[in-house]
Write a protein that binds this ligand. Structure first.
Ligand SMILES: C[S@@+](CC[C@H](N)C(=O)[O-])C[C@H]1O[C@@H](n2cnc3c(N)ncnc32)[C@H](O)[C@@H]1O
Length: 383
């Protein structure tokens, strides 16, 4: 592990204007205002928290929080494996924060989150100078994660040493969550459950709850999920939490507040990895499907109108080309033609055992008709 030498702080402070801080997920001041509310001071007045940013990169999020809530934060640790990114962060520290850097109250350490923490990492995080309060009690930690878990969930594993690369899906995400959990545990070496309640893992993510909540719940108790607008623009900042939210919505991100849970039975990294894999597969099979995005009320109304217009004898059935127009949205149409839709129907039809010999089914598209329920079942069967 490389420590950024504190005496180099001034060098980093020579601002390079082209190196802006990496604050892209939401506008920083909106996120910071929400995070400030999360810093909970423990019962004794002199108790403070230790703020740790997992995957801080070039961001100064933790430092900005410290600037605003110094009375509640005893130590700020930024960890990332990208030394260059953290140097950019250091270069953006102003004079007042450099003082805290030089005192070791604000720290930056190069740490690989995709490797199980060893004594070295824990020593860095829990060094006695700054991690205990006046009564020698270990402070509760607040772990910040702005898009780092998102990054692990979206990318393949980092090659470890060139020879022993592991390509198991979600292994790095599992290792990172394992490390978060064990930092919680270490900050509770007195087995003081009250204190443990103050340890928080705050995950700022682009992923919707139906995806991420089950993953975080593998190890943590998910206390709350909030939506944070990405900008101040009033025309986009209004979020209707009742509508079905999709992770591709550009207007907001989610803030998950997680706390310690005793129910994880000391899960190993491989057990966590398997559970993540299961949850992700389940999500893609059951939640994130094309049919789940169809506005069923609207389609049902339009179905009835179309049916009334054609005044067909075939009770409430519509022809396949009308169904295609009604149920396949414009985006999908650009990639999936009516011919594809009909071919899929024929393939499905021929696959059916009783139609197995009916290979030369050359029925006219006018003959293929669906009730509303049949159309929905068909779309579900092909997606
Ligand atoms: C999407 S960026 C977020 C950076 C920062 N939290 C922000 O919001 O500006 C993800 C960060 O995770 C860091 N990261 C990725 N893999 C890592 C690993 N194995 N160990 C430590 N940090 C890692 C990257 O270097 C990067 O800084």
């Amino acid at each position: 592990m490389n420590f950024i030498p504190l005496h180099d702080a001034k060098i980093y402070n020579e601002k390079n204007e082209s190196m802006a801080t990496f604050e892209w997920l939401t506008m920083p001041h909106i996120l910071i205002t929400n995070l400030e509310k999360k810093i909970v001071v423990v019962e004794q007045q002199h108790d403070k928290i230790h703020l740790i940013d997992f995957g801080s990169g070039s961001s100064l999020l933790s430092v900005e929080l410290f600037r605003r809530r110094k009375e509640m934060i005893q130590k700020v640790t930024n960890i990332d494996y990208n030394d260059a990114a953290m140097k950019i962060a250091c270069s953006n520290l102003d004079e007042s924060m450099l003082t805290y850097l030089n005192k070791g109250i604000i720290q930056f350490h190069q740490v690989n989150l995709a490797i199980e923490f060893s004594k070295t990492e824990y020593d860095v995080l829990f060094d006695n100078n700054h991690h205990q309060d006046d009564n020698n009690t270990i402070l509760p930690v607040m772990i910040l994660d702005k898009s780092t878990l998102d990054c692990f969930l979206a990318t393949p594993n980092v090659e470890r040493d060139g020879k022993n690369a592991s390509h198991l899906a979600y292994l790095d995400a599992a290792t990172m969550l394992f490390n978060v959990y064990h930092v919680f545990e270490k900050s509770n070496n007195n087995n003081n459950t009250t204190k443990n309640n103050y340890c928080k893992y705050i995950c700022c993510s682009y992923h919707e709850p139906s995806f991420l909540k089950s993953i975080l719940s593998i190890l943590f108790h998910v206390e709350s999920i909030e939506t944070i607008p990405r900008s101040d623009d009033k025309s986009v900042s209004h979020v209707n939490i009742n509508h079905t939210m999709v992770s591709s919505d550009p207007n907001f991100v989610y803030l998950y507040t997680c706390s310690f849970s005793n129910n994880n039975n000391n899960k190993s990294i491989e057990e966590i990895r398997k559970e993540i894999e299961y949850n992700v597969n389940y999500y893609y099979k059951h939640t994130c499907t094309y049919s789940s995005t169809i506005n069923l009320d609207k389609v049902k109304k339009e179905w009835q109108n179309d049916y009334n217009n054609v005044n067909d004898d075939d009770y409430n059935k519509l022809k396949i080309n009308v169904v295609y127009d009604l149920m396949i949205d414009e985006n999908l149409k650009s990639m999936y033609s009516l011919k594809d839709f009909i071919d899929d129907w024929l393939a499905n039809h021929n696959k059916n055992e009783k139609n197995a010999d009916d290979k030369n089914d050359d029925r006219n598209e006018n003959d293929i008709r669906f009730t509303y329920e049949e159309a929905l079942d068909f779309i579900k069967s092909i997606e």
